[in-house]
Design a protein around this ligand. Structure first.
Ligand code: GDP
Length: 629
């Protein structure tokens, strides 16, 4: 493991960490700023540089810095982090330690991080056209599944006809002797879930809109998801066989939604189709190729394969079975593959018709046998030279995953936005906007997008009328956006999802306040929001005066009273006084808290007048989490 950091043979790593041998041995003093080492040797005082990966273990950090592990642990403790030698820490934490030890820290390129040779970039000459990878999205019942099935049944080469299709998560269709790869889990949930894991596999998004039903909320959502991922769209206007089909109305609605349809001078292609009658499919496929060609989708087949896990499961007979989408290089039988935290030797591969394959080229899917366990959909995979490298990468992935589940990276929030802008971590504030009615969208969007100068822009990723759904939270989470609601409410589940993902979600009922909060957030002036948590109530039974101050003899009716907490005194329905519990006594002893059913004497700072029958309400203010709705 330790050799992952600053390995020999990597000129840059070694140059940065060039002193590691000098300082090794845990002498505890490598951080001495003067640069003087035990033994009297003096070294140059130029700042020492180190390049660090997004996460690493304490041991690896110690090695990279050339200091003892104890030194790192001590430094971590000083910043309030308790960590053992094998614990994974994130870049920020590691950078603080390194900076404290007078290192100059820079992030290390992703490819360098795994410890195996970084993949050299492909030279122009090696790049060849590959099939585009397509995801089909759209409103429920508009025909996504039917369209995928129709293409799959219709557009296969002659010799393939009659083959029994199997669901492996992706398949290839063919038109004019060119292939197109379809991911056949329709819907933006799968698309965005993969993206949330960092997998960007789609080149073109097909948005299916039923011609008889028109643009619907999930259509708009799908468009936003594709846009957030910067994936170009092709619109399939489906069900044109229906008498009530109205493709023109769909196009108008698309234009209203900001999708510039080509027929009217825009650049988004729309194709009328009928999945049921299998009409327009060739045209749709041709348009997909056209859009892909404009993008120039290419890859280098002559290198070790890498790509993404599309889906995976355990088969009772065959063991772990994973559908891998090769994105670059060629995957061959016998290759050693590491996918997320699992690895193994490719034993057999099959296409979506169950036929065995020997090699799989870029942008093609294959069902792969031979992995030691079931990887996760969305995990990256790559072929590596040997078992040892595979094991090292798999272990690192596992640790990183554990570190990430233990401590998710802090997503963008309005409260911390300014800090993140200053740190250069955020360049734009992305917003998912949900409103009560359509008419509220434009004024809010315009006000928001007017903000932001050179440093940061506001970008509304998705705006739609309606309640805030789990899908909104998913989009926000995958795109590191905040959710802002105006006069709307949360669907069940959305709140929990937001809290879990740490997505900043706020609902407003006054436009001014909404806009003002965003403005303040951009300027670093947004105050944290506190909520009140009531701990308990007590009834005043009698009042006596000790050394000039009234002490309320109380009976705790529910919850508890705590010394030092805030308290308000209620008489009938009015609040007659607010202050802090200065003293709390039970019988004759000072106590920290008194629970339900007990009597006590309560002294409240500044309280002049308390009466029997008054109610004391003991409460505290807690900083509110991500969800403000
Ligand atoms: P999904 O929820 O978007 O995957 O939609 P489905 O593919 O399940 O289709 C929903 C319904 O619409 C089904 O009853 C299909 O038979 C029907 N459907 C799909 N495509 C067409 C079409 O082109 N024409 C007609 N008339 N019906 C269609």
């Amino acid at each position: 493991m330790a050799r992952m950091v600053g390995r020999p043979g990597r000129p840059r790593g070694r140059a940065f960490g060039g002193r590691s041998r000098n300082g090794r041995g845990g002498n505890g003093r490598p951080g001495s700023a003067g640069g003087s080492r035990p033994g009297g040797a003096t070294v140059a005082v130029a700042p020492r540089k180190v390049a660090l990966p997004p996460s690493l273990t304490v041991k690896e950090l110690a090695d990279a810095l050339g200091v003892g592990v104890g030194q790192v642990i001590k430094q971590l403790m000083a910043s309030g982090v308790m960590a053992n030698i094998n614990q994974e820490i994130d870049y920020d934490t590691a950078a603080i330690v390194a900076t404290d030890l007078t290192f100059e820290v820079a992030p290390r390129a992703i490819e360098e991080e795994a410890g195996e040779e970084a993949l050299p970039p492909d030279e122009e000459a090696h790049l060849v056209a590959r099939p585009p990878v397509v995801t089909v999205m759209g409103h429920v019942d508009h025909g996504k599944t039917s369209l995928l099935d129709a293409i799959r049944q219709t557009n296969v080469t002659a010799r393939e006809h009659g083959g029994i299709t199997q669901h492996i998560g992706a398949y290839q269709a063919e038109i004019n002797n060119r292939k197109i790869t379809f991911l056949d889990t329709p819907g933006h949930e799968a698309f965005t879930a993969m993206r949330a894991r960092g997998a960007q596999v789609t080149d073109v998004a097909v948005i299916v809109v039923a011609a008889d039903d028109g643009v619907k909320p999930q259509t708009l959502e799908a468009i936003s998801h594709a846009r957030a991922a910067q994936v170009p769209l092709v619109v399939a206007i489906n069900k044109i066989d229906k008498p009530e089909a109205n493709p023109d109305r769909v196009k108008q609605q698309l234009v209203d939604a900001g999708v510039q349809v080509e027929v009217w001078g825009g650049d988004t292609v729309s194709v009328p189709v009928s999945a049921k009658k299998r009409e327009g499919l060739d045209h749709l496929l041709e348009m997909i190729l056209l859009v892909a060609d404009l993008r120039g989708v290419r890859a280098n087949p002559d290198r070790a394969a890498d790509g993404t896990v599309i889906e995976a499961r355990k088969d009772r007979q065959r063991g772990p079975v994973a559908t891998l989408l090769v994105q670059n290089g060629t995957l061959k039988i016998g290759d050693i593959v590491v996918a997320g935290a699992v690895y193994g030797r490719v034993r057999a591969m099959f296409d979506d018709r169950g036929r065995p394959l020997k090699a799989v080229r870029p942008a093609s899917p294959a069902e792969v046998l031979g992995l030691s366990d079931v990887p996760k959909a969305g995990d990256r995979f790559r072929a590596v030279p040997d078992d040892k490298t595979a094991r090292a990468i798999a272990q690192r992935s596992l640790r990183r995953e554990q570190a990430l589940t233990a401590k998710p990276e802090r997503p963008t929030s309005l409260e911390t936005l300014f800090e993140q802008i200053q740190a250069g971590k955020v360049k734009e504030l992305r917003v998912v906007l949900k409103t009560d009615v359509d008419g509220s969208i434009a004024p809010i969007r315009e006000s928001l997008e007017r903000f932001g100068g050179e440093q940061v822009k506001v970008r509304v990723l998705h705006a739609a009328p309606g309640t805030i759904t789990e899908s909104d939270v998913q989009l926000a989470s995958a795109s590191d956006a905040v959710i802002i609601g105006f006069n709307t409410r949360l669907e069940p589940g959305a709140k929990d999802a937001a809290e879990q993902a740490g997505v900043d979600l706020r609902v407003y009922s006054v436009i001014y306040q909404l806009v003002d909060d965003v403005k303040k957030a951009l300027e670093g002036l947004l105050e944290p929001v506190y909520v009140e948590v009531v701990d308990g109530h007590a009834e005043v039974r009698q009042v006596f005066v000790i050394r000039g101050a009234p002490i309320a003899g109380c009976y705790v009716t529910d919850g508890r009273l705590l010394r030092g907490e805030l308290v308000r005194v209620k008489r009938d329905k009015d609040v007659v006084f607010e202050g802090k519990i200065a003293s709390l006594r039970r019988v004759k002893e000072d106590v920290r808290e008194v629970g339900t059913g007990y009597e006590c004497g309560v002294g409240v700072d500044g309280l002049k007048d308390a009466q029997p029958g008054d109610i004391l309400e003991c409460y505290r203010k807690e900083r509110r989490g991500a969800v403000l709705a």
